[in-house]
Design a protein around this ligand. Structure first.
Ligand code: NAP
Length: 259
């Protein structure tokens, strides 16, 4: 399917690895020029070079922490005039409700709620002026079904979800859509680090830890960054103009819900 977005330009945050990279690559495959971001310059430059070579698109890189005010400024400067924004950053650490104090919440809210809001606030006006734009926020399945140990993430991401629900309806008349993609378990570095924790805690091998988690997912495997990226690219396509303010679960059926 031709996604109809060849020649458009996208900012994809936190995109040197994992789900962000999946989104950047799927957009590059659709002919979209990119601004890619991550803190570590080495992996970022390597992936940017690969996408330029494989898809012939223009790729700019901004190596910085997108959750810091300075980083946001750098990314926003580089991304002026983009047609597509994909927000993403690392998730907050797990813990128990009684572990966290105000500073922990401020950090989590900054990273996973206020950063995507700041990026939208800066880049939506350009899209609205052109009468076309797409925003996809990478959130989590925990927005639909909270994960008890991820209280910081649950709090920040549901806050973003509430903001998007209203804002998506306010910008839709100008041809701009905002939607959220909710990953379930995907085979990224984050999944490996979670499985490593379980294997140490239970005294089992990494393979066993992964097999146990895969058994909890109806499709019996983890999602891939390519599948995730394809869904993102579709939401950014010409065909998705009637999809507004949605929270779309990509979880292999893992979240037990009727709606
Ligand atoms: P990942 O494989 O660890 O990749 C994270 C990417 O983000 C890397 O490119 C990393 O590069 C970059 N990054 C992290 N923090 C950043 C920051 N502050 N500024 C700029 N770049 C940053 O993670 P992932 O699995 O793709 O997860 C992406 C998001 O989805 C996270 O918020 C995660 O909590 C959420 N999620 C993931 C899953 C899953 O199963 N994978 C499930 C639910 C939710 P640098 O380290 O070099 O900055």
């Amino acid at each position: 399917m031709d996604l109809g977005i060849r020649g458009k330009r996208a900012l994809v945050c936190a995109s040197s690895k994992g789900l962000g990279l999946g989104c950047a690559e799927a957009l590059a495959e659709a002919g979209v020029d990119l601004v890619m971001n991550a803190r570590g310059a080495e992996a970022l430059e390597a992936e940017a070079a690969r996408l330029r070579a494989e898809y012939g698109v223009d790729v700019q890189t901004v190596a910085c922490d997108v959750t810091s005010p300075e980083g946001q400024g750098q990314v926003i400067d580089a991304a002026q005039g983009v047609d597509i924004l994909v927000t993403n950053a690392g998730g907050p650490p797990p813990g128990l409700w009684s572990d966290w104090d105000r500073d922990d919440f401020v950090k989590a809210l900054d990273a996973n709620m206020l950063t995507p809001i700041a990026l939208m606030k800066a880049l939506l006006p350009g899209m609205m002026d052109k009468g076309w734009g797409r925003v996809v926020n990478i959130t989590s399945q925990s927005v639909r079904a909270p994960i008890p140990a991820l209280g910081l993430s649950n709090a920040a991401r549901t806050g973003l979800t509430g903001y998007v629900a209203g804002t998506a309806r306010q910008v839709a008349p100008q041809g701009v859509t905002i939607n959220n993609l909710l990953p379930g378990i995907h085979a990224t570095d984050r999944a490996v680090s979670l499985d490593t924790g379980v294997s140490t805690q239970k005294g089992i091998s990494l393979d066993e830890a992964r097999a146990q988690r895969e058994a909890t997912i109806p499709v019996r495997r983890y999602g891939t960054r390519q599948e995730f990226g394809a869904a993102c690219a579709f939401l950014c396509s010409q065909h998705a103009g009637f999809i507004v303010g949605q929270n779309i679960l990509l979880d292999g059926g893992g979240t037990n819900l009727t709606m």
